[in-house]
Design a protein around this ligand. Structure first.
Ligand SMILES: [Mg+2]
Length: 238
C-alpha cells in the first residue's frame, strides 16, 4: 500500500507509527479473525462456538496451533489442508476493527511541516486489510510501508523499511520518531539508525508487560498523551 505519491521533501520531520497495538487493539483483530474462521467451520463442518474456544485459548497465552487444538476439542481431525484453508481465511478476512479514540485524535491533528507515516509488519494481505478497515489509507499519511512487501526477511527488526523511509523524506535520522508497542522488535532498527522512539503501552496491548531496553525516549498509554510540543523537542525543532 502506498498513499498519495508525495515527493516527501516538503517536511521537516516525520512521525512514523506502527499499526498493531499502536493504532488499535490487536486482540480485536484476533477476535475478528477467529469469528471469520468460525463462520467457515460452521458452514463446512457444522461446528459452532469455534471463535469462543479459540479466543479462550488465545487469552490464556496460547499462540501456536490454536486452530488444530480447537478442532481436536470438537472431535474434528484437522488435515493440513483444512488448517491451511483456515489460516488463509484468517489472514484474508476483512476485519471488524477501528482506530482507538486516542489514535483518531492524534492522527487528526494539524502539524505543519510534520509528516505522518506507517511502518507495519505482518502478512501482506492481513496488513492491507487492517489498513483498509482502519481507514488510515484515506487519512493524512504521507507514506505507508508494509515490510512484507519486501519479503519476510525484511520484517522488523530489519532496518530496511526504516532506511527506505529516510530516503523517501530525505531527512537525517534524528528527524524521525517511531511510535510502536513491541520492545522485542520495534525499536531495534530505529535505535541503531539514531531515530527517536516512543512506546505505547496500551491497556489490553499484547506486549505491554515486556521490559524495554534501552528505554524509549517517551512512554505513554495512549497516543493523545504525546503532545506536539514533546515531538518538537525530541525532533530538534526547539
Ligand atoms: Mg505493534
Amino acid at each position: 500500500v502506498s498513499s498519495e505519491p508525495t515527493s516527501g521533501k516538503e517536511f521537516r520531520d516525520v512521525v512514523v507509527l506502527d499499526v498493531d497495538d499502536t493504532l488499535y487493539l490487536e486482540s480485536h483483530y484476533v477476535a475478528s479473525g477467529f469469528r471469520a474462521v468460525g463462520q467457515q467451520i460452521a458452514d463446512q463442518l457444522g461446528c459452532t462456538d469455534f471463535a469462543d474456544h479459540a479466543l479462550r485459548l488465545f487469552r490464556s497465552g496460547v499462540r501456536t496451533r490454536i486452530f488444530d487444538r480447537v478442532l481436536e476439542e470438537q472431535g474434528v481431525v484437522a488435515s493440513p489442508e483444512l488448517i491451511a484453508r483456515l489460516v488463509t481465511a484468517y489472514r484474508t478476512h476483512e476485519p471488524a476493527i477501528e482506530l482507538a479514540i486516542d489514535a483518531e485524535s492524534f492522527i487528526a491533528r494539524e502539524r505543519p511541516g510534520r509528516a505522518l507515516a506507517i511502518i507495519s509488519d505482518g502478512f501482506l494481505a492481513a496488513q492491507q486489510a487492517k489498513i483498509r478497515a482502519l481507514g488510515v489509507d484515506r487519512r493524512r499519511f504521507a507514506r505507508i510501508t508494509l515490510t512484507d512487501e519486501f519479503g519476510a526477511e525484511r520484517w522488523k527488526p530489519n532496518e530496511y523499511a526504516f532506511r527506505l523511509m529516510q530516503q523517501h523524506f530525505g531527512l537525517p535520522p534524528e528527524r524521525f520518531i517511531y511510535i510502536a508497542d513491541n520492545p522485542a522488535k520495534d525499536f531495534v532498527a530505529p535505535n541503531s539508525l539514531g531515530w527517536k522512539t516512543a512506546r505505547v503501552r496500551r491497556s489490553g496491548g499484547l506486549h505491554r508487560d515486556i521490559a524495554c531496553f534501552p528505554p524509549p525516549h517517551l512512554e505513554v498509554e495512549r497516543l493523545d498523551q504525546i503532545a506536539e510540543s514533546m515531538l518538537d523537542r525530541l525532533l530538534g525543532r526547539q
